[in-house]
Write a protein that binds this ligand. Structure first.
Ligand code: ATR
Length: 278
């Protein structure tokens, strides 16, 4: 039997990470021999621990909160989308020993929305709620899908405006306050704030979901998040959490490491079931 390739996810906290289960399912499906572990890294120690991981035979890492910017700085080479995002969630050891950094979060989300959920982005009016690191990761792939309008609304409006200006060379994207949304309607609303983590809801005006409008929360949980409940109360045509995005970004990382794209639908179902059972 071949020696198993060694992979891991680094984060803090990491206890509830679904990544080991997702990558184990992909590996079984595609007949790859790997180990994939979740590892809690203490703040300030990312670079040292990542260096030691690769020096000791590691082949690839996923990086989650709060180390995506450390990983960006750690990589020897960066993909265009990682450079745009200013953050890295995938590190891969190359044949020449250099470490390649990529960001698969944004394509993971757009793939979940357009392929798994079969919602459209092209020619649609899209609202992104939030202006933190998570939004920086998704804007490039969203703009690529050519929405007719792309608006970023944030509680701290200056951050939304700054982010819009940082991406304005890629396409038409604007930033505004929550209040400025009143009277407008959107076909797709993406909650990219961390509000759901605290059981909170961004203070969005009502009546902003268009007829047939869809609402997507980048967070996931066994129960509908406050944003998903708000969407249902506001007559959204379809509502989803971000579990599919989690699996799709993992599939994209898997593809970078192993050169083979796993099927995601059965793995989304598997993780959904295990989430509901826990
Ligand atoms: P991440 O990397 O997950 O994006 P972040 O950079 O800390 O995390 O950004 C968190 C985002 O969630 C911000 O847009 C934040 O709004 P502010 O910039 O105004 O702080 C948003 N957020 C968090 N809690 C929120 C709440 N209860 N209501 C509205 N927005 C909230």
């Amino acid at each position: 039997m071949n020696k198993k390739d060694k992979y891991a996810v680094f984060g803090n906290p990491i206890k509830h990470s679904q990544s080991p289960q997702i990558h184990a399912a992909f590996a079984t499906q595609t007949d790859q021999k790997i180990t994939y572990r979740a590892h809690q890294v203490e703040p300030g120690r990312f670079k040292e621990v990542a260096r030691s991981f690769f020096d000791n035979g590691g082949s690839g890492l996923n990086i989650t909160v709060p180390f995506k910017i450390d990983a960006f700085e750690f990589a020897d080479e960066l993909s265009h989308r990682a450079r745009r995002a200013g953050a890295v969630n995938t590190l891969a050891l190359q044949d020449d020993g250099r470490i390649y950094g990529d960001n698969t979060d944004g394509v993971g989300m757009t793939r979940d929305i357009t392929e798994n959920l079969a919602w459209e982005i092209g020619d649609k009016r899209v609202l992104v709620v939030g202006a933190g690191g998570a939004v920086r990761g998704i804007l490039g792939p969203l703009i690529k899908r050519k929405p007719s309008l792309l608006l970023i609304a944030n509680r701290t409006v200056s951050k939304a405006r700054q982010l819009a200006s940082d991406f304005s060379d890629l396409g038409d994207v604007r930033g505004c306050s929550f209040e400025a949304l009143t009277g407008n309607q959107f076909d797709l609303i993406i909650n990219a704030t961390s509000a759901s983590l605290a059981g909170e809801l961004p203070a969005l005006p009502s009546a902003i979901v268009s007829d047939k409008g869809c609402c997507y929360d980048m967070m996931y949980s066994a129960e509908p998040t406050p944003f998903m409940r708000w969407a249902a109360e506001n007559m959204a045509w379809a509502v989803s959490d971000g579990l599919g995005m989690l699996v799709e970004q993992a599939a994209e990382s898997f593809c970078i490491w192993h050169g083979v794209r796993p099927k995601t639908k059965p793995v989304i179902e598997l993780i959904r079931e295990s989430l509901q059972a826990s």
